[in-house]
Design a binder for this molecule. Structure first.
Ligand code: IPD
Length: 279
């Protein structure tokens, strides 16, 4: 881990906490990712469908979330939890963990090596419009890339500090998006793509929102937009982007990321991308 700037400016106590939360999230994400990868090699069983026929959960999603939740309960019993597969529980501390055990479940089920464990620690009211993310990890256990961030301390990939692309090339922005599982939403999502394409040199749909955010943070994408994200899809990734100097927003109250729209990119692209995506 490279040298980081001394902790000055805001509450030292709070920043020390964020550092500890980040370290714990990294440790748990590695174990969780190892379990996901092992289960994938053994063969994936679809456990159930959720909001739509295409919205699946595997036995591994449940097992990995149970591992993460029990590790967090053992280490930080006072904290709250909000997970994709096992639901929400309020804590008595100010911290809530927001977890997607396997983001990119459809990729996982098909054997596409683009999925990730996503873990964020947030403080305040545990709703995306009100919380403040303080620590984040997105770990792809196939590539073994671990993206992590601590509020005020930058975003990192395996010891390398991440910086968003400030400005897309004159050829246009390399963008990513995603599509909801509900077929009734596809026409609206495609209309959004049509509005955004004049800004784009090309469009990617890789299938894991947390990795889309991480790739924006790493400058592998110029921007990302999607309707229909759940809190666990964006909690960690959004902090990676802002800590890498980017902007994150959407159609939530006060322009926050929300289920209605999430946008992440460098500051010079943000207004144009948000305006086009909002329509
Ligand atoms: C999904 C992925 C996908 C995005 C969906 C998410 P899941 O998460 O992040 O890229 O398009 O909106 O629900 O279901 O694989 O955890």
């Amino acid at each position: 881990m490279p040298h980081r700037a001394p902790k000055t400016g805001t509450s030292v106590e709070r920043m020390g906490l964020a550092h500890d939360l980040e370290a714990l999230a990294i440790d748990i994400a590695r174990d969780a990712g190892d379990l996901a990868r092992t289960r994938r090699a053994e063969g994936v069983a679809i456990a159930a469908t959720k909001s739509a026929l295409a919205d699946i959960v595997t036995e591994a999603d449940r097992e990995v979330e149970t591992l993460i939740r029990s590790r967090l309960r053992a280490e930080r019993p006072d904290d709250g939890f909000l997970g994709e597969e096992t639901g929400a529980e309020r804590g008595v501390s100010d911290v809530t963990w927001v977890v997607d055990p396997i983001d990119g479940t459809v990729n996982y089920a098909y054997g596409i090596p683009s999925y990730a464990v996503s873990i964020a620690a947030v403080t305040g009211e545990p709703s995306p419009e009100q919380w403040q993310a303080v620590a984040a990890v997105v770990f792809n256990p196939v590539s073994m890339e671990l993206f992590h961030a601590e509020r005020g301390e930058g975003a990192w990939l395996d010891g390398q500090r991440l910086v968003v692309n400030a400005e897309p090339s004159p050829a246009g922005a390399l963008l990513a998006t995603g599509f909801g599982y509900d077929p009734a939403t596809h026409a609206g999502d495609l209309a959004r793509v049509a509005r955004v394409m004049p800004l784009a040199r090309d469009l990617r749909r890789a299938g894991a929102a947390s990795l889309d955010f991480a790739f924006v943070a790493a400058g592998r994408l110029d921007g990302y937009f999607e309707r229909g994200l759940q809190p666990w899809d964006h909690a960690a990734g959004a902090l990676l982007v802002t800590e890498a100097g980017g902007m994150v927003g959407g159609a939530g109250a006060g322009g926050t990321v929300s289920n209605a729209l999430s946008v992440a990119c460098g500051p010079l692209l943000f207004d144009r991308l948000l305006t086009a995506a909002l329509g």
